[in-house]
Design a protein around this ligand. Structure first.
Ligand code: SF4
Ligand code: SF4
Length: 364
């Protein structure tokens, strides 16, 4: 599996300041990325609200836009405060000795009790971690990532379907914002619990990462990775927000699942044809160091985010699995193109086809 350096992520690259040592060092290594990254970096951030139509939820809030802006800002402040609280909480010196088969079901129950909708556990290999810190609060830029906590309890929370369906409008970013809050609260509860029984814990979410979450979630058995590069779960599709709690408490592991998504995405290109940034490959999958995936233009996706003023989310809204495909159909996807075509046709019938996206100004 290809190693991932957090400095290569779009967020880290967009944060580079032209003329700085860090900038020179990075684009000295990757000169081919500089021109396109500069173009996207220079697109002014439209702001989450200024281009949004106040037409959906929270209609009863007077001065709705201002209210929502404070809502999002307040949530972000609360997230950072919660994560800091977890980091500072001491690990109890009264360590409980308990076998993995006894503690694992308890840990899963604690995670669900605190608000997770899906939980899985994976033993972290070196390739699960970022190689180096790129933007996280957890470490200095360019430092090797701390790999000392090897068990990851991976959590997913559902995001509101009606709000996600309004992507790329403001309702989508509110659902995302709520998803981050829910995952952080579940993760904080679980991390504090682990510390209280004498084990270390690190909450890996929202700006504080030692490992990319989509791979972790796949390897913990939460779902598979789709054409759009995100997790697809059988229950909520891509309408999930992810987080993980890393710990040194030995736990029983979950296995990857395979409900046939690879076959499905080979026949379905709804996310790719709906993407207003042309960021998702409409072509064949590629073998990336043993991982089958589709090409993705991360800078083009980021440009859309900056121009529309939300984190877009069209690709996760339009994925058929985000609309509760019947369980018996999901169970018969593997090797069955007739079932795949039926689900795709049903999705078009229920949701309609998004109009062919007009290129938005500046996006290639
Ligand atoms: S978030 Fe929007 S721009 Fe980015 S890949 Fe998805 S649909 Fe395309
Ligand atoms: S929209 Fe279709 S192609 Fe894209 S991830 Fe979902 S199932 Fe796969």
């Amino acid at each position: 599996m290809r190693l991932i350096d957090e400095r290569d992520t779009t967020f880290s690259r967009m944060a580079l300041v032209e003329g700085s040592d860090r900038y020179r060092e990075y684009y000295g290594r990757y000169p081919e990325l500089e021109a396109r990254d500069r173009e996207v970096r220079n697109v002014p951030m439209t702001g989450p609200l200024s281009r949004m139509k106040p037409d959906a939820c929270f209609d009863d809030v007077p001065d709705r836009l201002a209210a929502i802006e404070h809502f999002v800002d307040g949530n972000v402040a609360m997230l950072f405060a919660s994560m800091e609280m977890v980091e500072k909480a001491p690990v109890s010196t009264r360590k409980i000795a308990i076998a993995p088969d006894e503690i694992t079901p308890i840990i899963k129950k604690v995670a669900l009790y605190y608000g997770a909708d899906i939980v899985g556990i994976v033993k972290m290999q070196d390739e699960h971690f970022y190689t180096h810190c790129g933007r996280s609060m957890g470490g200095e830029y360019g430092e090797p990532v701390d790999k000392s906590l090897r068990y990851a309890i991976v959590l997913a929370v559902e995001m509101n379907k009606e709000m996600i369906n309004r992507a790329p409008h403001i309702d989508e970013i509110l659902a995302t914002d709520r998803g981050y809050r829910d995952i952080a609260l579940a993760g904080c509860g679980l991390a504090i619990y682990l510390k209280s029984i004498g084990y270390r814990a690190f909450l890996n979410t929202f700006g504080s990462y030692s490992a990319p979450l989509v791979r972790l979630a796949r390897d913990a058995g939460l779902g598979q990775i789709g054409r759009h590069g995100m997790l697809v779960t059988t229950k909520y599709g891509s309408r999930v927000r992810l987080g993980a709690v890393m710990t040194d408490l030995p736990l029983l592991l979950d296995e990857q699942i395979d409900f046939g998504l690879l076959d499905f995405c080979m026949r379905c290109d709804i996310c790719a044809t709906s993407c207003i940034g042309n960021a998702i490959s409409k072509g064949q999958a590629i073998d990336d160091d043993g991982q089958i995936r589709w090409g993705f233009e991360d800078a083009s996706c980021m440009e859309v985010w900056k121009r529309v003023g939300t984190d877009c989310g069209i690709c996760l809204a339009c994925c058929p699995f985000s609309h509760n495909v019947q369980e018996d159909l999901i169970n018969s996807i593997k090797g069955n193109s007739a079932v795949i075509d039926r689900i795709i046709a049903d999705s078009h019938m229920r949701l309609g086809k998004r109009p062919k996206p007009k290129p938005i100004h500046g996006v290639r």
